[in-house]
Design a protein around this ligand. Structure first.
Ligand code: BMA
Length: 299
């Protein structure tokens, strides 16, 4: 039994055939709340030849129906992201939105040139680029915490196959890199894992929705809980995933058997998890906040 419940209107976002930069795929969105609305930055693919991702903006009042725009809001521009801006995660800090993303300096699928870059914005119209923020390693899946912990900014990132922690005083220079969570042999997250959405604060700890990959390259979502004062300490990690590919739009697509999240939103004690299905479309799955926390604590 999966804990997350799919929205009946799934997939809630599919590629627009008449929009050149997103006509092939829209997926792996980061989300935040801004001026009472859900703001989503979604990854868009317009052609398969180079497969360079740009980011579109979608805005919603109810979290289900989104308004999109004719142009992407963020596109490859610098040498370090000229082949793609992928998998954005959004964190609001001091009234500004910080966006971590996978920046590709080499062609997608070349297996080289993935770095983590940072951008920020106040209004989702103008973005400031802060450049590559992590060491010269194959790195992805970077989430920044929504508040400082013991006076420092904190992030999780992923050097394959593990999740690492790092700290910063200015969001650009990160130090104290350390491995904190590993794949589990024989389980759904046996090959590699990565943070999904930025962690959420609960009384019991930091709640992290993450993805795991198994031997058959199936991507599932799971949850883990970390200590509030020391988020390098794992408190609880259930054996079971919370969402796995089941519907056609998750089992098929450009990459089969993938559910992959970069963002969630909270409203009325409910958690809205936005996720890419098959690297092709965007789905929404929800759960009561308390239910997710109770589940996480059973680990
Ligand atoms: C991962 C990421 C995601 C993607 C997933 C499945 O490595 O790069 O962007 O959704 O693979 O293809």
């Amino acid at each position: 039994m999966e804990l997350l419940r799919r929205h009946p209107e799934n997939p809630i976002l599919t590629p627009r055939a008449d929009v050149p930069w997103e006509k092939e795929a829209v997926f792996n969105p980061g989300v935040t709340v801004h001026q009472g609305k859900i703001y989503m930055l979604y990854r868009a693919i317009g052609e398969y030849e180079v497969y360079a991702s740009s980011l579109g903006l979608a805005i919603s009042e109810d979290g289900v129906h989104f308004q999109r725009f004719p142009e992407p809001v963020f596109s490859p521009a610098e040498p370090y992201d000229r082949y793609g801006c992928e998998d954005p995660r959004i964190t609001r800090l001091d009234g500004r939105f910080y966006i971590t993303y996978t920046a590709l300096s080499q062609r997608a699928f070349s297996g080289r040139g993935n770095r983590v870059a940072l951008a920020s914005t106040e209004d989702f119209r103008e973005f400031k680029r802060h450049g590559v923020i992590l060491p010269d390693l194959d790195d992805k899946d970077t989430v920044i915490f929504p508040e400082k912990v013991r006076g420092r900014y904190v992030m999780y990132h992923r050097v394959p196959p593990d999740i690492w922690i790092a700290y910063s005083d200015d969001l650009v220079n990160w130090y104290g890199h350390r491995r904190i969570m590993f794949p589990r042999s024989g389980l759904w997250d046996s090959q590699k894992i990565g943070a999904g959405a930025p962690p959420i604060r609960t009384d019991a700890g930091w709640l992290l929705v993450y993805h795991g990959v198994d031997k058959n390259r199936v991507y599932r979502l799971g949850v883990a809980l970390f200590d509030l004062d020391d988020p390098s300490q794992l408190i609880s990690r259930p054996l079971e995933p919370i969402l796995e590919p089941r519907e056609r739009y998750e089992k098929e697509g450009d990459v089969p058997n993938v559910v992959f999240t970069c963002g969630l939103a909270e409203a009325d004690e409910k958690i809205f998890v936005y996720y890419g299905g098959g690297d092709k479309v965007i789905g929404l799955a929800t759960v009561e906040r308390k239910e997710l926390l109770d589940f996480a604590l059973r680990g």
